[in-house]
Structure formats: C-alpha cells, structure tokens
Design a binder for this molecule. Structure first.
Ligand SMILES: O=CC(=O)O
Length: 301
C-alpha cells in the first residue's frame, strides 16, 4: 500500500517543505510553480507563506483544526481551504474519555506500579470514580457532542459553554467559562483555537474548577495559559489534568513529569491507522477535486 506522500507524489510534483533546509532559497526558486499547500496540525499556511506564493490556489490541511492557516488572507486572495472533519471525531472523543479515566483511575500510575514490582509490597492506593462525575464541555461542535454522548453513557451530567446556546440539546448552557468550571468536576476543551479562545483556560477558570477538578485538553495547547496550569497543578490548586496538546509541542513543561495526577499524551487524538488513512484520502481527494474543477469534498473556504 502506498503511503500518503507516495500517493501525492504519484499525482503531483511534491516538495517536502518541512525537510528543506534553506526554505527561503527554495521558495525563491519555486514560488511560481506552487499551486497547493498541504498542511497539518503543526504547520499550515501563514500570511508570510501565502504572500510568498503568488500562484497558490488551495490549502488542504491534514487536520480538522485550522489555526495554522491564515483564513482571512486566503479569503482575500480567493485561495480555497479544506480540512478533515468528521472522520476523526470518534477517535478524538474516545481519547477524551480515555484521558478522563486515566486521570481519575490513575491508569498510567497503576501500570507503572505493576511494572516496577511495587505491587508485591502492597496494594495500589484507592482512586476516584468516573461514572456520574459532572462533565463541562467548552465547544459543542462535532467533537464536543461526541464526547458528551460518550460521557452520558457513564451517567455523567453534561453542561457546556459555546458562543451561543444550542436549541437542539438538553445539556445545561453556561454563557461564561468560569461559571461552567465552577459547576462541573471535569472540564474538557473541545473548541477551535481562535483569537477569542486563546487562553480560554486562565487562572480564574482553573481556580473555579478547583483542587478536586480535572482539566482535559484535546483541543490545542494555546487554549490554556500553560504556566498558570503548571503552577496550579504543582501547588495542588487543580485536582488533575489529561493533556494531549501543549503550547510548544513537542516540548512539555518538565514540572509536569513528576506529577501523578497528570496524564501526558503526544498529540495523538486522531492517531489511529484507520483515521489517519481516511484523513489522507480526504486531503488527496480535495486536491484532485480542485484540479479537476469538481466540488471540494470538505471545503472551509
Ligand atoms: O489536532 C488535530 C487536528 O486538528 O486534526
């Protein structure tokens, strides 16, 4: 089976920009021929790159998140943009529930307990029940809703914050994130990263969630004021955290490494073979559709 970059290479002239050492020189020599950019969760098309590519027609991102693409610039230039929604929703929602269980039931710590032979010296300490805990979700889009559905099966009361109240759900709506945090035991970040949602988890929200509260972040690192989160966890002002994303990936604050109430994952929300294949198919399908003048499969712009 061909890898996704082999498939791209079969159909297009592919430049692996991330591995080109002298990017400025490369752009200078090739800028006129580049008509498409393939991005992902860590690199997309910012204003500078868009500006350097006069014939750019489409940005096709191997991610649902669009925060690495300057959408306003794309719109201004008439550049099409696509992402990979829906196909990754289940995986990301599964992982959010996995993080809740892992933090509350101390799954990673228990595993280390067995491997290191400590079990022979005594039983593992008691942990905290997940079923029935109240779950607050920031962002009730596709992924937020999928998390809510799963948490409902664990008999968790669900509440949420979003820009506007949804008329088609029965979950309790909080117009303020601080109020949501004060009224739930597990707070999940599941919204898109935009200028409005950067640092949506700040000191006030963390303090409202409190020393028994748990933060789950499957969104983006910059949703959280990371130094504030680290100090709250170190000082015991927050009960725990399950984090799949960080401010400066792959760098993770080392103060977190020694904390047992924290589970740290390397941004793997959509990281299954099945889903990554569906995402790659969408990226390639969108590019093909564009260059054949057919309707895009998952257009953003
Ligand atoms: O983080 C992953 C994505 O946006 O798809």
């Amino acid at each position: 089976m061909l890898t996704s970059s082999e498939q791209l290479e079969k159909r297009f002239t592919l430049y692996k920009f991330h591995s080109i050492p002298d990017k400025a020189h490369f752009l200078n020599s090739n800028k006129a021929s580049i008509r498409a950019v393939v991005g992902n969760a860590s690199a997309g098309a910012d204003a500078q790159l868009i500006h350097q590519l006069p014939n750019l027609e489409i940005v096709s991102s191997f991610s649902v998140g669009l925060d690495k693409i300057d959408l306003a610039k794309c719109k201004e230039r008439g550049i099409r943009v696509t992402n990979t929604p829906d196909v990754l929703t289940d995986d990301v929602a599964d992982l959010a529930i996995g993080l809740m269980l892992a933090v509350l039931r101390r799954l990673c710590q228990s595993d280390r307990y067995v491997r290191s032979g400590q079990w022979k010296k005594g039983d593992f300490k008691l942990t905290t029940k997940f079923t029935g805990k109240s779950v607050g979700i920031i962002g009730l889009g596709r992924i937020g809703l999928a998390i809510a559905k799963r948490a409902e099966a664990f008999r968790c009361p669900i509440s949420y914050h979003a820009r506007t109240e949804k008329s088609d759900v029965n979950y309790k709506y909080y117009p303020s994130v601080v109020e949501l945090a004060a009224n739930c035991q597990i707070l999940v970040v599941a919204c898109a990263l935009t200028e409005e949602t950067r640092h949506i988890i700040n000191r006030e929200v963390i303090n409202a969630l409190g020393p028994k509260g748990v933060l789950i972040n499957i969104g983006r690192g910059p949703h959280v004021d990371e130094p504030e989160l680290v100090s709250a966890l170190v000082q015991g002002r927050l009960g725990g955290a399950g984090l799949d994303v960080f401010q400066d990936e792959p760098n993770v604050p080392e103060e977190l490494f020694g904390l047992e109430n924290v589970v740290l994952l390397p941004h793997v929300g959509s990281g299954t073979m099945e889903t990554r294949k569906e995402m790659a198919d969408l990226v390639i399908g969108n590019l093909e559709a564009h260059f054949l003048n057919r309707p895009l499969l998952t257009p953003v712009l």
